[in-house]
Design a protein around this ligand. Structure first.
Ligand code: F6P
Length: 358
């Protein structure tokens, strides 16, 4: 009888609990295995005794698939190979994690994470002989070799709902509404939400904008008799004049919530429009998973357990062409998957007359 571990790592998103539920169902019902959930990602392995929770069917049934967040907790604190200690030094604690895996008597470990987490988990697996299987999750959808990651669809849904709510108030007040969305260094959320939410302008980090081009689009919209507009800006879009202006809009060291205000001001200057800015932030991560995210989470969870049963490790489950497949984790994280400048959604946006700012 096998004993497998599962952990959630990096930023949370909707659908993590649905993955955990699926893994427990498959492991317990099909294979009769035990499942243990590590607390707060790899942090759980650093405690002695190891901080974990036995996961049985009773625990994961009921409301769990619907819940946002992760019942196991997560962390993006600390690479165990250079772990930040209280005294300010960095310490290699990888052996403690590998020891924790042995202490629990695990046969395999399922890591639910994004590229950063996978790079670390893989390094640990290679050093300590851990049998690792990865499940991709990130609202940013920036992992390679999978069409979707758990959490992306829900995040897009939240951003579309925001646009649905901004549109009537934009129209009532004849304003240009700027919505800043997350996505880390990729424009996937902005592009998808902007198309589905009827934006007039979508700015993503993969395409360089000019204020003139954005202003021209707003003027063109006005020429059709419509006196409001919706603009979606991805958080990683840069200011035109580099670091200086960014600091001013960022409010110190924080990386989020800056560029929307900057673009809003620039649009107001260039067009005379009244602009208002909404920064969506973590609202995109913390809701009930959409039906599609629940489906992806369920399919990924089942398939990951099957990979363990087949003895296939160092692989990540992935969605490809209507199928669940698996790919080497190393290949999935080898290249950052941002928006392709001639990809289908960019073409769709242009085909709809949406300005991408260029
Ligand atoms: O990677 C997910 C994500 O939500 C990004 O979109 C965003 O840039 C970042 O994480 C926010 O991180 P934190 O939760 O640490 O503020």
């Amino acid at each position: 009888k096998k004993r497998i571990g599962i952990l959630t790592s990096g930023g949370d998103c909707a659908g993590l609990n649905a993955v955990i539920r699926a893994v427990v169902h498959r492991a317990v019902l099909t294979y009769g295995w035990q499942v243990v959930g590590l607390k707060e990602g790899t942090q759980g392995f650093l405690h002695r005794p190891v901080a974990y929770q036995a996961l049985d069917l009773r625990m994961v049934d009921g409301n769990m698939m619907r819940m946002g967040g992760t019942i196991l907790g997560t962390t993006n604190r600390g690479d165990p190979f250079a772990y930040p200690m209280a005294d300010g030094t960095l310490k290699d604690r990888s052996d403690e994690i590998i020891g924790g895996y042995r202490e629990l008597g695990l046969d395999a470990l399922i890591g639910i994470g994004g590229d950063g987490s996978f790079a670390i988990l893989r390094k640990l697996a290679q050093k300590g002989g851990l049998n690792l299987v990865g499940i991709p999750k990130t609202i940013d959808n920036d992992l390679g070799l999978t069409e979707v990651s758990v959490g992306y669809d829900t995040a897009v849904g939240v951003a579309v709902e925001a646009l649905d709510r901004l549109q009537p108030t934009a129209a009532s007040h004849q304003r240009v509404m700027v919505l800043e969305v997350m996505g880390r260094d990729a424009g996937h959320i902005a592009l998808a939400a902007g198309i589905a939410g009827g934006a007039d302008v979508i700015l993503i980090p993969e395409i360089q904008y000019t204020i003139e081009s954005i202003a021209a689009k707003i003027k063109q919209v006005r020429a059709t008799g419509r006196n409001f507009a919706l603009v979606v800006v991805s958080e990683a879009v840069k200011t035109l004049d580099g670091g200086g202006a960014m600091k001013e809009y960022q409010g110190g060291e924080k990386r989020y919530g800056g560029i929307g205000a900057y673009i809003g001001d620039k649009i107001a200057e260039a067009t005379g429009a009244e602009t208002r800015v909404t920064v969506l932030g973590h609202v995109q991560r913390g809701s009930m998973p959409s039906p599609r995210d629940r489906l992806i989470a369920s399919a990924f969870g089942v398939h990951a357990v099957d990979l363990i049963a087949e003895g296939q490790f160092d692989r990540m489950v992935a969605w490809s062409n209507r199928e669940v497949i698996s790919v080497p984790i190393a290949d999935a994280i080898a290249r950052y998957a941002c928006v392709e400048a001639d990809g289908p959604l960019v073409k769709t946006a242009r085909g709809l007359g949406i300005s991408l700012g260029d």
